[in-house]
Structure formats: C-alpha cells, structure tokens
Design a protein around this ligand. Structure first.
Ligand SMILES: Cc1cc2nc3c(=O)[nH]c(=O)nc-3n(C[C@H](O)[C@H](O)[C@H](O)COP(=O)(O)OP(=O)(O)OC[C@H]3O[C@@H](n4cnc5c(N)ncnc54)[C@H](O)[C@@H]3O)c2cc1C
Length: 330
C-alpha cells in the first residue's frame, strides 16, 4: 500500500487503538487507525492493505518480535467510518422520545455511545411504565432529559479529549505521548486507571426525580454499588437480585420500620422491594441480602451513618435517610 516505507513498515502519521493483549468480548481484537489524506479506502480494507498495519501495530504495542501469522487471522469485519458529534436540544415532544444516537452522537474513543444509549433506556422505561400504570404524573417524563443530558455532555467532552490524545498528528507530541504511556505501563494503579478508562465520567445529577434534600457528598443522583451479595438463592450481584424495580434497603433493619405507614404505601404503589442488608454473612432469608465482607456496610458508613437507601429501577440512588429529606416519591 501507499503507506509502506523502504524497510517495509507502514509509515503512519497517526496512531491506532489496539487491543491485541486485552481482547474484546468473544476473544476478539479490534484495531482502528485513521485514514490519512491520499490513502485509498478500498485498498486499505483489503487484506494486503490492512494486514501489514495490524502486524506492525501489534509489534509496536507488545514489543513481541514474533510476526502475526496471516493465516491465523480470522477477520470478521473491516469498516471505514467518520465520527460526528451531535446533541439534540429537545429529547421529548409529547409521546415521542429520542434515545441513544438519535439524541446524541459522540466520537467512539471512550467506547461510551452504546452505554449512554442503554443508560437512556434504563432511565426512561420505568418512568413511562409508571405513567401508563397511573402511578406517576406525566411530568416525571421530563426528568429523563434533565437527568441524562448532562452526563452525555461530559462523556462526549471526555471522548473528544481522548480523541485528541489518540489522533495526535504532530510527531513530537506523539513521541511524548508514547513515552508517557510506555512509562505508566510500569506504574501499577496509574496503568489500571488509564487502560480501563477509570477517568470516564460517572453518572450523577442533582436535578430530576430524586429526593430534593441532600447534603454535600450525598450519593443521591449517583449509582448504588453493585456488589456480590448472598441471597436465599445463592450468591449474585446485587443488581441481578433487585432487578428492574425500586429497592429500599435497610442496613441490618427492615427498611419499613424506618418510614411512616403512608410513605411505605406510596412505595408499594411504585412496586418497590424492601430489602434488609445483613452484615458479615451470606446466609439470609427472603427479602434479605448478605453483605459478607461489609462493603455495603462501609458504603452506608460513608453516608453519615445512613441506615436506609432508596434506589430507583435504573439503580440510581433516590434518597438516603441521613440527608433528612423526603423519603416518599415526589
Ligand atoms: C467505530 C465505532 C465504535 C464504537 N464503539 C463503541 C464502544 O466500544 N462502546 C460503546 O458503548 N459504543 C460504541 N460505539 C457507539 C455505538 O455503536 C452507538 O452509540 C450505538 O450503536 C447507538 O445505538 P442506537 O440503538 O441508539 O443507534 P443505532 O445502533 O444506530 O441503531 C439504530 C437502528 O435504527 C435503524 N433505522 C434507522 N432508520 C430507520 C427507519 N426509518 N426505520 C427502521 N429502522 C431504522 C438503523 O438501521 C439501526 O439499525 C461505537 C461506534 C462506532 C462508530
């Protein structure tokens, strides 16, 4: 191909995302690189076009001098694409909602477009059902954009920043970046932080369908932890145990005993599950989860000694009792 140099390695002015040693699901690997001006896309998507680049990138990333054997390569797909960035101003008109890429597009560098789409669905669907079942007022539907849009905006900005690092064209900046990444490979903690994109913005909002009273540092509007817990049916992740329902947790106490009767009735109308967390055990009864090493206990401890947490079907914390706010649905 046109990008081969005299020593038979591709001379690329740009970098690539390489997953040789950290395969994607299904044991697959994804290689991406930018098409430079003057390069022929049709040529690049032929084996003669992409194989030398994959081989070269793999070698560069791993330092492993063993060349990849082309006959072992089972190529599932080659594709050429362009990134766009869009953010719709209005995600709802009456009964019509925009979700996923229809509402927002971001460059793919953070691997977050589909996850944002899934979060959109998780955020909206229980609200639509609550309205259809006559349990909630239609105004709850406006909280969808209010809650999701800011997270999408900061994730898009994060993705752009990653793109600027990945696609740097200036050779000096690229060399500095490469030196930085080669160095942090040897620094545990920083290596994991970088390779597993730990800096990706976590969801969190202050306006929407959440208890209106919260203290600084409150978990309200953020995701509830998804730990491994004991249940009457064995160990599982807390999210799997709870399912797509409201869940009201009490730390070593039946949460109903911490609320007045009217509030309990209101949550029953929302289909809430009442779950008692039992600390330092895996052996529990129905409507209880065991917190074997006290990770949930620690979480509650950090919330100014809260004993009760109300969690929405999308696993966002609606309220904690230490905030002293309304524990009933707004
Ligand atoms: C190269 C690349 C890599 C990516 N990597 C990641 C990643 O690692 N992680 C991640 O989370 N996200 C990633 N994304 C983003 C992710 O693919 C999208 O955000 C996600 O597919 C959006 O899902 P969606 O259902 O909203 O839209 P789409 O996947 O676009 O689905 C919309 C569907 O509607 C169909 N359709 C359109 N018009 C009509 C019509 N009139 N009638 C009927 N059907 C219609 C389309 O054919 C399509 O099947 C990546 C994107 C790209 C381009």
């Amino acid at each position: 191909v046109s990008t081969m140099s005299r020593d038979n390695t591709p001379t690329r002015r740009t970098t690539a995302t390489i997953k040789r040693y950290s395969p994607a699901p299904g044991g697959m690997h994804r290689y991406e690189w930018r098409i430079n001006p003057g390069e022929d896309i049709a040529e690049m998507t032929k084996p003669e076009g992409y194989f030398p680049i994959i081989s070269w990138l793999s070698h560069k990333a791993s330092g492993d001098p063993t060349p990849i054997d082309a006959s072992f390569l089972d190529v599932k797909r080659t594709w050429e694409y362009t990134f766009h960035e869009r953010h719709a101003a209005q995600w709802r008109v009456g009964r019509i909602f925009l979700l996923g890429d229809a509402a927002h597009l971001m460059p793919a560098f953070a691997g977050a477009g589909m996850t944002a789409a899934i979060r959109d669905c998780a955020n909206l669907v229980w609200k639509v059902k609550a309205v259809l079942d006559g349990r909630a007022d239609q105004s709850i539907l406006d909280s969808y954009q209010l809650e999701r849009s800011p997270h999408v905006a900061i994730t898009t900005a994060y993705s752009q920043r990653l793109g600027r690092i990945i696609q740097v064209k200036n050779p000096i900046k690229a060399a500095l970046r490469n030196a930085y990444y080669r160095t942090i490979k040897h620094i545990p903690g920083l290596r994991e932080y970088t390779t597993s994109l730990k800096g990706k913005p976590v969801p969190g909002f202050t306006e929407g369908f959440v208890s209106s009273v919260r203290k600084p540092g409150s978990p309200v509007g953020r995701t509830f932890p998804n730990y491994d817990v004991g249940t009457e049916n064995g160990r599982m992740l807390l999210d799997d145990y709870v399912g797509y329902n409201f869940a009201i947790f009490g730390l070593d106490v039946d949460p109903r005993t911490l609320m007045d009767e009217r509030t309990v009735d209101q949550w029953v109308r929302y289909g809430a599950r009442f779950v008692t967390i039992r600390t330092a055990t895996l052996i529990v009864d129905a409507d209880e989860v065991g917190d074997p090493v006290g990770r949930l206990w620690e979480w509650f401890g950090r919330m100014n000694g809260a004993k009760l947490a109300i969690v929405r079907p999308d696993h966002i914390v609606y309220a904690v009792d230490s905030d002293g706010g309304s524990l009933g649905p707004l």
